[in-house]
Design a protein around this ligand. Sequence first.
Ligand code: ATP
Ligand code: MN
Length: 478
Amino acid sequence: MAKRDKIKAILAKEETNYSTTVMGWVRTFRSNRFISLNDGSTINNLQLVIDYENMDEALLKRVNTGAAIKAEGEIIESQGKGQSVEMVVKTLTVLGDADPEKYPLQPKKHSLEFLRENAHLRFRTNTFSAIFRIRHQIAFAIHQFFHDRGFVYVHTPIITGSDAEGAGEMFQVTAMPMDNLPKTEDGNINYKEDFFGKATNLTVSGQLEAELGALALSEVYTFGPTFRAENSNTSRHLAEFWMIEPEVAFNDLHDNMDLAEDMLKYVIKHCTEHCGDDLAFLEQRLINEEKSKPQNERSPMALLEKLNFCIENDFERVSYTDAINILRNSKPNKKKKFQFLIEDWGADLQSEHERYLVEKHFKKPVILFDYPKDIKSFYMRLNDDEKTVGAMDVLFPGIGEIIGGSQREERLDVLEKRMEDMDIPKEEMDWFLDTRRFGTCPHSGYGLGFERLVLFITGMSNIRDVIPFPRYPGSAEF
Ligand code: ATP
Ligand code: MN
């Protein structure tokens, strides 16, 4: 294909009086004269000016919304308002037609639900192209953050032979024929005949393997897909989502909190510096969307203000015990407005409690730490009080939990005792326990739900709108 200039570059350099070629998709074509062309490099369109009297009429009839075209011409200073430069077209080629009778994305407002059903085409809308450019920038910034600090990116397995990760319900992986499963003598499924000679699942977390890496490479992180067969039909859960899991040798819980806070601020700042046009568009989208909501349900801050607020303010660090006291004495608890009332120490916090702390009480991101051991995982480090573990959750406005992490239990005897108490099969976890047998050391890590961070930064409200092809109960389209 002939060389082309990207629209982003043409608009950025603001030079005029040169010839070039552009390729992209028609957004609109009005008055038989002005084509708005988008090539995905930026949310902004390039205006193409057509001298329709000297163009083939049949060709112009094919310039419909959604069609792919190539245009060669001269970039000049724009005669109209709204853009600084435009292209006077010399030759125009239609690369791919889009029949206006059939193309679903005609230029009008489409609901997010409609676009979700047409997820194969929604990349072509302003909203979704902005979201997915930002999603890319967030991923890139995460790698940059860890790379700059000397972390090693470790690829942990997607098919796992361990079912003790304990983070959620798992999807089974098998190559056995479903309609004719091999059985053992006592009638159970004979996994010895399966592909791996044992039962396997899709991973729910790469943490345990990341720990193995950290205890040699000292600072590692994973960034990969994770799968949970939990039937939670919420706007914050997916069955397939991406998780970032740093794991650091010699870090205690407070170092872990510092790392999480620094990382989130770094990534958000990167986006405010590199995604200005897209964020400005999404900010306006949110304002328009919220116009139909009652005042008290609207976001207290506009999108960019909220992001800057996060970058500029320290996150509030609060122990679970202090948080329970705040919640117990809170208005919604006393007036029985919470669905789950907080009575005793030890209660698990629901999303409504997390959001109360963040959005109503502290009005900023919050890191809760030192949770009761009974509501947390076996690998979290037991505190000296023997009632709590060194766990931490980072809670964000509008989202709730965005990160869950902990200092890990590095003491073999304490870990084994916890595994026994919680019925975790020690025999299957021998490889994991080896790290505690040989050269164990204090270490910490956390899991960041990638899509929850994308939700926060884009100001979208449904997690199904920030991953290209969402998987959730009852839906695995495309
Ligand atoms: P939640 O209580 O919100 O279900 P969790 O306690 O199950 O979260 P962890 O097991 O600690 O979460 O996973 C680490 C991070 O992964 C969470 O903080 C969250 O950001 C993200 N996460 C967890 N489950 C999902 C999911 N089903 N879809 C998208 N992100 C998720
Ligand atoms: Mn969960």
